[in-house]
Design a protein around this ligand. Structure first.
Ligand SMILES: Nc1nc2c(c(=O)[nH]1)N[C@H]1C(S)=C(S)[C@@H](COP(=O)(O)O)O[C@H]1N2
Ligand SMILES: [Mo]
Length: 212
């Protein structure tokens, strides 16, 4: 093998080695066991969402970032996915008493927000969804807890039921903070009561610490 070819091959191997693993979109088999942890299934029969599953056209979809930001943005699905990918097992607790342990792939909210640059007055992050649903979290919490916006669950791309294109992984907060079908992320200096918060559910929404 020529030296030149060897160098090219080495370059390819190094590039492959530094990639964050196989792109989740290429995975077709659901992951149900991850690093020794049993995961709950991607598919579920029930859906408690206010208007049921949402159909979003991936081509027409734009994620809006606006409000108290230096630069308002509209990002395509692929532009969001081009950010550094993160993968994590997280448990979601619904206020009704059930919970789900799932493997999430997505991007950091911090990386997304960095693109729009929140103004110093911004204190609250409001997540809006295709079905008109919303919920909000303190900016400090979103950044401090290093929350992610998920595109995949158990290695599979989100679907109409799970929340395609993006599902907020509101770690340690109750399920109603986990906004699905996210279409807009708005920065504000005022508290915002979301769909369930307006109907009397806690805006703090702390989840139980663990699941038996
Ligand atoms: N856009 C949107 N996101 C939503 C909801 C909703 O109705 N609309 N329901 C929330 C609630 S209450 C829970 S527990 C989780 C999971 O809801 P599911 O049980 O209907 O899957 O999604 C959350 N995200
Ligand atoms: Mo819920």
């Amino acid at each position: 093998m020529g030296l030149r070819l060897a160098a090219v091959l080495l370059g390819l191997i190094l590039a492959a080695g530094s990639a964050p693993g196989p792109a989740p979109a290429e995975e077709t088999v659901e992951i149900r066991d991850y690093q020794g942890q049993k995961l709950d299934p991607f598919d579920r029969k029930y859906d408690n969402s206010i208007k049921g599953p949402q159909k979003i056209d991936p081509q027409a979809y734009r994620l809006k970032l606006d409000g108290l930001v230096a630069e308002s943005l509209e990002l395509k699905y692929d532009q969001v996915l081009a950010l550094p990918r993160v993968r994590k097992v997280v448990i979601m607790h619904c206020v009704e008493g059930w919970s789900e342990r799932l493997l999430f792939d997505g991007v950091r909210l911090k990386d997304l927000l960095d693109l729009a640059r929140p103004r110093p007055e911004a204190k609250v992050v409001i997540f809006w969804a295709q079905d008109g649903y919303s919920s909000a979290l303190p900016l400090d919490y979103v950044l401090g807890r290093d929350l992610m916006l998920a595109s995949h669950v158990n290695g599979l791309q989100l679907d109409e039921r799970r929340g395609f294109p993006f599902w907020l992984v509101a770690e340690d907060k109750l399920g109603y903070k986990w906004v699905r079908w996210v279409t807009r992320i708005q920065l504000s200096d005022k508290p915002h009561l979301g769909f369930w918060e307006k109907r009397g559910y806690s805006d703090q929404a702390d989840a139980p610490q663990s699941r038996p």
